[in-house]
Design a protein around this ligand. Structure first.
Ligand SMILES: Nc1ncnc2c1ncn2[C@@H]1O[C@H](COP(=O)(O)OP(=O)(O)OP(=O)(O)O)[C@@H](O)[C@H]1O
Ligand SMILES: [Mg+2]
Length: 339
């Protein structure tokens, strides 16, 4: 376990690893109590979700009812830094439940001759307290998979569970509530609010959840992604990579139990990508949070605990703790001959 950062200081990025990180046992137990609390991503920031541009951002306060008092992952122990306060604690995944799960899910768009089967009978469990990367050719269904798992898109057939709770066919109000309590989402297209500054964008999910917004925490998480000097810039005044980092900060500031990230390093230079991947790794290793990340980059995927591969709306392979080269080789074979 990495040492606990000093309260009030930003969590340092993990060292660059060239795609490989020290491998560790995938935890399925409660973490030691919010090691990041007081750091860039924590300090009692209460998770929250907001409907922004028609989509959710951020995670949310505790799902006490769902967890039934059982031990949880992705949540500090009672009394630990970051636990409790205004909304009573952090988001959580009941012990033993996957962070998110799809059971035989099909997602179709359109109809007739224009029918597209974006997901075709997909079953997958994203383990809690673990980082799963999703790879595959363009159009293979990766974004659809993430959106369905997060309850941002409806499935045509099959079942979806988020943090142990069935969300298939759930009413919007239920979905919104669960998203607030549970997950953060980094969109492929960022989905920042154009009229708000970087700082205001990051603070938004906390505000909408009714949580106390501590300016120093918002600033710390922006500093952690390398944007400490861009607090008052609006999205149009930021580069694509900077906008992407604001979107990442916005999803991380709430300390969600489950973070869905759709190509979170797609617009980043290699140094910024390493910083972000280090922060994501720390979320899993120090906080027991769960990550499902789409990426086209084998080096990024190699930071994950497992990599799943999609082709034509189906899951076709899974590698556990592969190297970047192993990922690249598998992807090349997939693109040459799907499945
Ligand atoms: N709202 C939609 N309406 C119609 N078709 C859609 C919709 N969303 C996705 N699709 C189709 O579903 C398929 C999968 O799309 P998806 O965005 O999941 O792919 P992807 O693997 O994320 O691709 P990329 O790597 O380019 O982001 C594509 O053929 C796409 O055109
Ligand atoms: Mg996509």
């Amino acid at each position: 376990m990495t040492s606990t950062p000093t309260p009030g200081t930003p969590t340092p990025a993990l060292p660059a690893t060239g795609g490989a990180v020290p491998r560790r046992t995938v935890p399925n137990t409660a973490p030691s109590g919010g090691a990041l609390a007081g750091g860039a991503l924590a300090g009692g920031a209460m998770p929250g979700t907001a409907a922004v541009g028609g989509a959710a951002v951020g995670g949310g306060p505790p799902a006490g009812a769902e967890s039934g008092g059982a031990p949880v992952v992705g949540a500090p122990a009672d009394g630990a830094p970051g636990a409790g306060a205004a909304t009573g604690g952090r988001a959580r995944v009941p012990m033993g439940a996957p962070a998110a799960e799809l059971r035989d899910v099909t997602r179709e768009y359109g109809g007739g001759n224009a029918l597209v089967r974006a997901l075709d009978g997909v079953s997958i469990a994203f383990p809690a307290g673990s980082w799963t990367a999703v790879m595959g050719p363009s159009g293979s269904g990766k974004s659809t998979l993430l959106h369905c798992a997060a309850g941002l898109d409806r499935v045509t057939r099959g079942r979806v569970l988020l943090a142990g709770q069935e969300i298939t066919g759930a009413p919007d109000a239920v979905l919104t509530g669960l998203r607030r309590r549970t997950m953060g989402f980094v969109f492929q297209s960022f989905n920042l609010i154009g009229s708000l500054t970087a700082e205001q964008n990051v603070a938004l999910p906390l505000k909408l959840a009714g949580a106390r917004v501590r300016r120093d925490e918002v600033r710390a998480v922006l500093a952690a992604v390398g944007l400490g000097d861009r607090l008052r810039h609006r999205p149009r005044e930021l580069s694509g990579g900077q906008q992407q980092r604001v979107a990442i900060a916005r999803a991380m500031v709430t300390r969600p139990a489950v973070l869905f990230a759709d190509e979170p390093t797609g617009a980043l230079d290699s140094a910024s990508a390493r910083t972000v991947l280090g922060l994501l790794r720390a979320m899993v290793d120090r906080e027991g949070q769960s990550i499902a990340m789409v990426t086209h980059d084998p080096a990024a995927a190699a930071h994950a605990d497992a990599v799943v591969f999609m082709s034509d709306g189906r899951l076709v392979d899974r590698l556990v703790r592969p190297t970047a080269r192993e990922v690249a080789d598998r992807l090349a074979r997939l693109e040459a001959a799907p499945c």
